[in-house]
Design a protein around this ligand. Sequence first.
Ligand SMILES: NC(=O)c1ccc[n+]([C@@H]2O[C@H](COP(=O)([O-])OP(=O)(O)OC[C@H]3O[C@@H](n4cnc5c(N)ncnc54)[C@H](O)[C@@H]3O)[C@@H](O)[C@H]2O)c1
Length: 258
Amino acid sequence: MTQPTERTLYPSLRGKRVFITGGATGIGACMVEAFLYQGAIVGFVDIAEEDGSALCTRLAAAYGNAVCFRACDVTDVAALRVTIGEMCEQLGTFNVLINNVANDKRCDPRSLEDASWHSSMAVNLDAAFFTTRAIAPGMAESGGGSIINFSSINALYGPAEMPSYVTAKAGLLGLTRALASDFARDNIRVNALVPGWVATDKQLEKWLTPEAEAKWMENVRLQRRLKPVDVANMALFLASEDASMITGQQFVVDGGRL
Ligand SMILES: NC(=O)c1ccc[n+]([C@@H]2O[C@H](COP(=O)([O-])OP(=O)(O)OC[C@H]3O[C@@H](n4cnc5c(N)ncnc54)[C@H](O)[C@@H]3O)[C@@H](O)[C@H]2O)c1
């Protein structure tokens, strides 16, 4: 991410420990850098080992050992727990958790294999719950924190050929409200971030063709591409103390979809 020359700085994020799932590419990678820029310490996991290591090496040159990457498949819950435990030992318990990992594979519900439905739930929904369960006790002990669950505009509109993704992303909105109630007494806030169509490299390669983009723009008020940084900016705010009385909510960042 290229940092804008003037970027909002949140003093409350300085020194905070942030854990991000799926941080090697796309919006996740943008958030890793955005939090480091705030002076936070960032641990991230991803299945994409090469991308994660390359990002970590690049950012370590600028931010030193404030960044830490581990290759991990978040659907392997036992491995995820071990990885989180090791990262906590290395960095300290986390104050901010961003459940960002996802896989937006397209499919026809008529022919979707049972196993594919379950694997979509595992990455798009279950991982957020199990990651939260592994991180929240340490967060509570250190006085509270902020959890941000990444849903999607697709959860609100329900487009075709994404039945499991849409279902999981809608589930995350419910999970957000439920955990906001459960964790309030630990001073842990839980909110959902709901991005519109964000022009990541993957989206541009796979789905965001000029035709698809023209169609998207017909239904959106602000006529410019949504970038990862537009979404990262909302994550920074929700993680910061400036959002200290905000919990159980969902925030759409989509350029004003009609
Ligand atoms: N890009 C968009 O247009 C858009 C729109 C709405 C919502 N979102 C949501 O925002 C978040 C980030 O979006 P993105 O486009 O950068 O996502 P993405 O799909 O490009 O990347 C997510 C990251 O998760 C990693 N990952 C996938 N499966 C994994 C697994 N099993 N274990 C560990 N890591 C795994 C990938 O390697 C990747 O680095 C996601 O939750 C997505 O659903 C994105």
